[in-house]
Write a protein that binds this ligand. Structure first.
Ligand code: ACO
Length: 353
């Protein structure tokens, strides 16, 4: 018996930043961003708001949707690559913020694949009786990574008309290939053990540290003494470094392969799929995943235009939206799949009860 999703919820910061807004603070264009990535707008958290607050809002919304009281939850899996603090991780902070009991709560750091890893872990702990009601949440506050100085932020928040500061503009332009992709948000699912042979029916997870430098943040690490200093900040070691095209190539191979692998493992085929909830790093990647699987684009939906890449929050936000749109009917076969930093990737197969 696989576990079943009994509720979903999301949290989205109110501050929407369009591509036209970004044009004011870096050398880019709406045309380039939309045609190369599919992103039209994204949201950024306000200073002082982090992924703990977003995660707590999404978890509360999912519990409310499920009709489950906080006191009934006995497992929280929190996925993020943008925690509020270096230590401790977000999980216990989210547990306290939501008002959960003193339960098992832990953090995973699988970036864009964090949610699919979280689903597999929660499903395993529900299956082996270690938990009865689990919440998996993915939440990101990428705004802290953004290569914007104070003048640029004031322009993006509408508190300053410009012109842009030339040094800030040049620094933001240096990071334009990755910074235009990301947005903030959170999504959560409540899981319980199922009563029949529906629910999570298979999963495959993979890692390849040999590809860690596809996208990584080299600074702030304890192989350095001290682990953070002004020189690292100055050298840009505390923001992502990305090999975009190689990441693209690996993502479009790995996700279809993970999906077909898990389908094979349970004796199903691609034609059985009703919906693929694929990681949204780039609309062209999503489209290529659909093409590789031979599926119509309606089966592999994309919401990157509205959110950008919300890393660990992507899969639950997309799943929640598809549920609201009536795309997750009883008996539907849904594949969750993601590829991201690590490299980590994988797929989970879900039969809607
Ligand atoms: N605006 C305008 N021009 C730009 C921008 C921008 N925002 N970004 C890059 N360019 C320019 C470059 O400077 C370059 O110009 P040049 O030819 O004059 O040198 C040109 O566009 C092409 O740049 P590339 O980096 O080669 O662009 P590419 O076609 O590879 O697209 C992109 C870049 C969109 C990032 C793509 O590689 C991609 O989506 N890769 C996957 C990214 C991804 O999956 N990220 C998720 C990571 S997930 C995680 O785990 C966190």
């Amino acid at each position: 018996m696989g576990s079943v999703i009994v509720g979903t919820g999301v949290a989205q910061p109110p501050h929407v930043v369009s591509n036209a807004d970004l044009v004011k603070v870096m050398d880019t264009s709406d045309e380039w961003i939309q045609s190369r990535t599919g992103v039209a707008r994204r949201r950024y958290v306000a200073p002082g708001v982090g992924s703990v607050q977003l995660a707590a809002e999404a978890v509360s919304a999912a519990l409310n949707d499920a009709g489950v009281a906080p006191g009934e939850v006995d497992l929280l899996v929190n996925a993020t690559m943008t925690p509020d603090m270096f230590a401790p991780g977000n999980a216990a902070l989210v547990q306290a913020e939501v008002g959960l009991e003193r339960i098992c709560a832990f953090e995973i750091r699988q970036q864009c694949s964090g949610f699919v890893y979280g689903l597999e872990l929660a499903d395993a702990m529900l299956a082996n009786g270690r938990a009865t009601t689990a919440v998996v949440v993915g939440a990101e506050a990428h705004a802290g990574y953004m290569p914007f100085g104070p003048t640029s932020w004031a322009m993006l928040r509408g508190t300053h008309d410009g012109p842009a500061d030339p040094d800030e503009y040049a620094a933001a332009t240096d990071s334009r290939a990755w910074s235009v992709l990301f947005g903030d948000g959170a999504g959560a699912c409540v899981l319980r053990r199922g009563e029949d042979d529906s629910g999570f029916i298979g999963g495959r997870l993979f890692s390849d540290g040999g590809s860690y430098d596809l996208i990584h943040v080299p600074g702030i690490g304890f192989s350095r003494q001290p682990y953070i200093d002004a020189a690292q900040l100055e050298a840009g070691l505390c923001i992502p470094q990305m090999k975009g095209m190689e990441l693209f190539r690996q993502a479009v191979r790995a996700m279809p392969s993970a999906v077909t692998g898990v389908l094979d493992s349970v004796g199903l085929s691609v034609s059985d799929l009703d919906l693929v909830i694929a990681h949204q790093a780039n609309a062209r990647i999503v489209s290529a995943v659909g093409t590789a699987l031979g599926l119509d684009e309606s089966v592999v939906p994309s919401n990157i235009a509205e959110h950008g890449n919300t890393t660990a929050a992507t899969l639950p936000i997309l799943f929640h939206e598809q549920r609201l749109a009536g795309r997750v009917g009883s008996g539907a076969l849904v594949a969750f799949t993601a590829f991201g930093a690590g490299a980590h990737w994988g797929a989970s197969l879900y039969r809607v009860p």
